[in-house]
Design a protein around this ligand. Sequence first.
Ligand code: HEC
Ligand code: HEC
Length: 286
Amino acid sequence: MHYRNVHLALAAALLALGAASAAAETPVERGRYLVETIGGCGNCHTPRGPGGAFAAGKDLAGGFVFDEKPFRAVASNITPDKETGIGNWTDAQIAKAIREGIRPDGSLIGPPMPFELYRRLSDSDLMAIVAYLRTVAPVGNKVQKSVYRIPLPPAYGPPVASVPDVPRADKVKYGEYLAGPVGHCTECHTPMVDGRRDWSRLGQGGEKFEGPWGIAVSRNLTPHPEDGLGKWTDAEIKRAITQGVSKNGAKLFPPMGYSFYAKVKDEDLDAIVAYLRSLKPLPRAN
Ligand code: HEC
Ligand code: HEC
């Protein structure tokens, strides 16, 4: 009798353990998910070949050029190659570069890497991203130095001490975290005024992106019934994010990273949609 009880307790404990380990991701798995899907680091950091397709075997090896009036920025090689990548940096140094935009030599990393948002990456997600970057295949690729014709600030803010995880049970809050600090949707979809993001017009769109596709203007993501997503179904919003297809069936242009977002988990898309529906409705940006 006694024996049996012990066995049952043990079986229950083992079951609980199995369930927990099935649900919990390792930091590397979490990091891979963030980098390869909602974070879309490769949309900027993976070089492209002719026709704009990502170069095979060069994941995160850098070299993509952002040629704009205020800067000619070249995306860095963030593979663990020791000569041309970040292979010699410590975990803490990589983390500081991503969240605060400061390299080990103290220099500031410039735009368009979205530091205003990355400052709010949680400690555990940041360390997961670092852990994953360590597992990426090293690629030797020396990239040119970026040139900034605008003065960069001395820093993007005071040192970030600690950022707690955002509870996933709060859908709107977690959606804000995914669409902001992780996915930087709000960076492209919020207008700039005099070189600064106007956060009072969060999600209004109207930013122009020039490329081989011509000029794409970021859309209004607020729930405005005529000018925004107010009349869109959840499925239509998710299709636009993951497949690059608008409500009317028209194909959407880059630079939004549809191919990365295609692999975002459905529960995370639900959180993003819930967040977008919570935004203040705004008319179209002019
Ligand atoms: C919108 C484009 C963009 C996105 C998205 C982006 N980056 Fe960057 N990143 C850049 C550019 C451009 C630079 C180089 C800027 C410079 O030269 O000062 C850079 C620099 C870096 C550096 C500094 C490396 C070095 O050698 O100086 C690290 C580390 C980095 N990015 C990691 C990441 C990670 C991890 C992600 C995803 C979570 C990411 N980046 C997303 C554009 C981007
Ligand atoms: C690098 C900039 C960039 C990022 C990051 C970005 N977008 Fe976009 N987005 C655009 C642009 C530009 C368009 C318009 C493309 C076109 O006109 O063909 C667009 C279109 C859309 C549309 C289609 C709306 C319509 O009216 O057809 C939706 C929905 C959308 N984005 C949501 C998001 C969400 C959610 C995220 C984050 C997961 C995101 N975007 C990240 C630039 C971006």
